[in-house]
Design a protein around this ligand. Structure first.
Ligand code: NAD
Ligand code: TYD
Length: 358
């Protein structure tokens, strides 16, 4: 890292070794050479530095390994880098894990967010000018919709129903509380389900791509009738860029793809595309579909109305779903080494090999 250079902004991005965070870090490092980007990540099972090898030697980029719940460590980081902004993505993010380990979610998502807020407040409180705390959140805080046409808007009342969404709802409330109580400049976005490259293969799309590749069963929860609204991760990263630069302070923006799919329909499309790409007999991947016990408290439907973001800031998704899904499958098929490292656990050795002796 070039210490002597003077940067226009000093930005802390948390969770930048994760799925969405890695795309956000890449976009900011490449797009804004005059911003200093510090990526803070604790490298939990979901954090993978192999997601961002392409930018790890950039002058304006630094990686810091650490825990967002560690108050004194966060204080030291704020002193070291004089951050003016935080883009906060670090979280425990998988609903199924939140059902078996809810306390981890409360610790990271609630206490971790509150710790970052508290240090930012103490550091910035005498001059809020030019400061920003941006919280990246989920549409799952709004609860579950019935099958139909209604959608979540920014005015929809919070109704979280899984330990994951309850912890994210709580962290959203803390961010707004710091704005109301201390006048902290904040912005929030609540996004629908993301898909794309570098997603940990425990989430539906990469898990099923990996299972089809290895001809393993595809575990469909319940009858597969739940509906999700899917957005290409790079479109999410672009939305975060736009909101970070142009979003009105104190506001919330919903981000979504206007792209609802019943799980079983999406899985059938995925199977068809995989058969074509792997040159397998038509219908062979569908034979792997296995209906399993439903997820406890499984939210039926999510759908996002992203018109505020579109009207105010001019953002809209760039990719049609079938094209995005096809590109995504191609990426996993071209990056089988990445997939193997993740599934074998080898990716966790990357930090020791590349960073520890620096
Ligand atoms: P992810 O699980 O892939 O990545 C989370 C990252 O946070 C990992 O790199 C992990 O190592 C890091 N982390 C976890 N605990 C930490 C801690 N205590 N200290 C420091 N780092 C820690 O998650 P993702 O899918 O990239 O989601 C990123 C954010 O976006 C989350 O806040 C999530 O709630 C939100 N979000 C995700 C989706 C989605 O579809 N994946 C949709 C909307 C919003
Ligand atoms: P997931 O990717 O875990 O995202 P979320 O629960 O945050 O929406 O799951 C997407 C949908 O796919 C959800 O309705 C649950 C379902 N699902 C399965 O049917 N089987 C699976 O193995 C997984 C991981 C998810």
């Amino acid at each position: 890292m070039e210490h002597s250079k003077s940067y226009d902004r000093h930005i802390l991005i948390t969770g930048g070794a994760g799925f969405i965070g890695s795309h956000v870090v890449r976009l900011f490092v490449n797009q804004y050479p005059n911003y200093q980007i510090v990526n803070l990540d604790n490298l939990t099972y979901a954090g993978n530095l192999e997601n961002i090898t392409d930018i790890e030697t950039a002058d304006n980029y630094t990686f810091e390994k650490g825990d967002i719940t560690d108050l004194s460590f966060i204080q030291t980081l704020f002193q070291k880098y004089s951050f003016d902004s935080v883009i906060h993505l670090a979280a425990e993010s998988h609903v199924d894990r939140s059902i078996t380990e809810p306390l981890e979610f409360i610790k990271t998502n609630v206490l971790g967010t509150a710790t970052l807020l508290q240090v930012a407040k103490e550091t910035w409180k005498n001059d809020w000018n030019g400061k920003l705390f941006y919280h990246v959140s989920t549409d799952e805080v709004y609860g579950s919709l019935s099958l139909g046409k209604d959608m979540f808007t920014e005015e929809t009342a919070y109704d979280p129903r899984s330990p994951y969404s309850a912890s994210k709802a709580s962290s959203d409330h803390f961010v707004r509380a710091y704005s109301h109580t201390y006048k902290m400049p904040i912005v929030l976005s609540n996004c629908s389900n993301n898909y794309g490259s570098y997603q940990f293969p425990e989430k539906l799309i990469p898990l099923f791509i990996n299972n089809i590749l290895h001809e393993k069963p595809l575990p469909v929860y319940g009858a597969g009738l739940n509906v999700r609204d899917w957005l290409w991760v790079e479109d999410h990263a672009k939305a975060i860029d736009v909101i970070f630069h142009k979003g009105r302070l104190g506001e919330t923006y919903n981000i979504g793809g206007h792209n609802e799919w019943q799980n079983i329909a999406l899985i059938r499309l995925l199977c068809r595309l995989m058969d074509e790409k792997l040159k397998r007999d038509n219908g062979s991947s569908e034979k792997l579909i296995t209906y399993v016990k439903d997820r406890a408290g499984h939210d039926l439907r999510y759908a996002i109305d992203a018109s505020k973001l579109e009207k105010e800031l001019g953002w809209k998704p760039s990719l049609q779903f079938e094209e995005g899904l096809s590109k995504t499958i191609d990426w996993y098929l071209e990056n089988t080494k990445w997939l193997e490292n993740v599934t074998s656990g080898n990716y966790q050795k990357y930090y020791e090999a590349q960073y520890q002796n620096r």
